[in-house]
Design a binder for this molecule. Structure first.
Ligand code: S3P
Length: 440
């Protein structure tokens, strides 16, 4: 088993660049595959999740060549994918499974989609239900709600006006991708805005897509996509771990270059600044339709805050990192409206409470969030990632800010899901991090 051992007491200094944004990398590969012509992707995230997407696309005959973060895709066009000869494996990746379901629903062939233990336990009904209404046939475990899933697509789907029951970018994206194969307009109505990378990228690839005044998204089926260059910004979800570490460790001062700062993703910056963090944006510009900036982060003392409502979809993946900041802040932080955390790679509410608790933090799980008492003195301990990449990295950051003792995080190979090179990047900023194989 791979473990990460961290020692507290050393500040973070220097500059770094991060692996590509996970959400944007998935979308660039998927759209490149169903576009006409060639798509070049720069700074593609070579983490396990995005490699699962590439693997599924290759299994449907898409020509893909990859040289580290440089990916070249020979688009098959909307109707050029081939029936896969084997089961498609989405690994640990919810984005791969849910977005592919949208595309597979519009194909005139049969496919089977599965994933690892975690993914096979996650809810798929939220995507399947509207896709059935559009005319696809989908079967799965637990009354058709869980993977493995078998899909018999329909080349011409029925258009749909659909109100999302949860503010999920994955469900929204699956329906917009299915909408490409529908005869007419598909309208997706969102309860709250969620990340809009699919909308931006579909427009950049030439789809006929509009965002209405009320935030609902309309796509017109039938028009083809055109391959292009996609430059993927650094992942703000990966940056969150460094931002929290630099904020909490006295004397830290780091510059993270080329980070994606799409406003649907920057809730973590808003919350940390509200807590008192010293995090500033520089050199703001656009890469392939996505806002990008360099982030400078310096040590600062934090105070607790209340987090909920429309902020939640803008920082849902950063809650494990924010929880570590809250543990070290003065006062109480309450996170509400985040019941979605219970159906991520793990039940992140229970996992955060239990594992940060082992270090001496005081957290209470709420049905839809967490109440975190700040200002407790932490002590290094043995903790476990639950196989969840974001929990593993949040625990590593927590281990850097304990008052004493080393922290050993078990089962950390999962960090590769979204942040390959996490330990060496942290070491490059000066802190004490070791990664090694330990006997189970
Ligand atoms: C993602 C959307 C979010 C997020 C996930 C990536 C995406 O999930 O938590 O890590 O790329 O669309 P939901 O759509 O389930 O909220």
């Amino acid at each position: 088993m791979q473990v990460i051992k961290v020692e507290p007491g050393v500040r973070l200094t220097g500059e770094c660049r991060l692996p590509g944004d996970k959400s944007i990398s998935h979308r660039a590969a998927l759209l490149g595959a169903i576009a006409e012509g060639q798509t070049e992707i720069e700074n593609f995230l070579c983490g396990a999740d995005c490699l699962s997407t590439l693997g599924c696309l290759k299994a449907m005959g898409v020509g893909i060549s990859q040289d580290n973060g440089h990916v070249r895709i020979c688009g098959s066009g909307l109707r050029g994918l081939q029936e896969p000869g084997h089961i498609l494996d989405a690994g640990n990746s919810g984005t791969t499974m849910r977005l592919l379901l949208g595309i597979l629903s519009g194909q005139n062939f049969f496919s089977v989609l599965t994933g690892d233990d975690s993914l096979r336990g996650r809810p798929m009904g939220r995507v399947i239900k509207p896709l059935l209404q559009m005319g696809a046939q989908i079967w799965g475990r637990e009354s058709g709600l869980k993977a493995p899933l078998a899909i018999m697509g329909k080349g011409r789907l029925e258009p749909l006006a659909y109100q999302l029951p949860v503010p999920s970018a994955q469900v929204k994206s699956a329906l917009l991708l299915a909408g490409l194969y529908a005869r007419g307009d598909t309208l997706v109505i969102q309860p709250l805005p969620s990340r809009d990378h699919t909308e931006r990228m579909l427009q950049a690839f030439g789809a006929c897509l509009q965002v209405e005044q009320d935030g609902s998204v309309r796509i017109t089926g039938g028009s083809s996509l055109h391959g292009r260059l996609v430059q993927v910004p650094g992942d703000i979800s990966a940056a969150a771990f460094l931002i929290v570490a630099a904020t909490l460790i006295p004397g830290s001062d780091i510059l993270i270059r080329d980070v994606g700062v799409n406003p649907t993703r920057t809730g973590v910056l808003d919350v940390l600044v509200q807590m008192g963090a010293n995090c500033t944006l520089h050199n703001e510009r656009f890469w392939s339709g996505e806002p990008v900036a360099d982030l400078r982060v310096r040590f600062s003392r934090l105070r607790g805050v209340e987090i909920g409502g429309a902020l939640i979809p803008r920082l849902i993946d950063e809650i494990p990192a924010i929880a570590v900041a809250a543990v070290m802040a003065e006062g109480v932080t309450v996170i509400r409206d985040a019941a979605e955390l219970r159906v991520k790679e793990t039940d992140r509410i229970e996992a955060i409470v239990k594992e940060l608790g082992r270090l001496g933090a005081e957290l209470v799980s709420l049905p839809d969030g967490l109440s975190i008492q700040g200002g407790k003195t932490l002590k290094g301990a043995a903790v476990d990632s639950w196989g969840d990449h974001r929990l593993a990295m949040a625990l590593a950051v927590a281990g850097l800010v304990t008052a004493s003792g080393a922290t050993v995080i078990g089962d950390t190979a999962c960090t590769d899901v979204s942040f390959p090179g996490f330990s060496s990047l942290l070491s490059g900023l000066g802190v004490v991090v070791e990664q090694y194989e330990a006997r189970e």
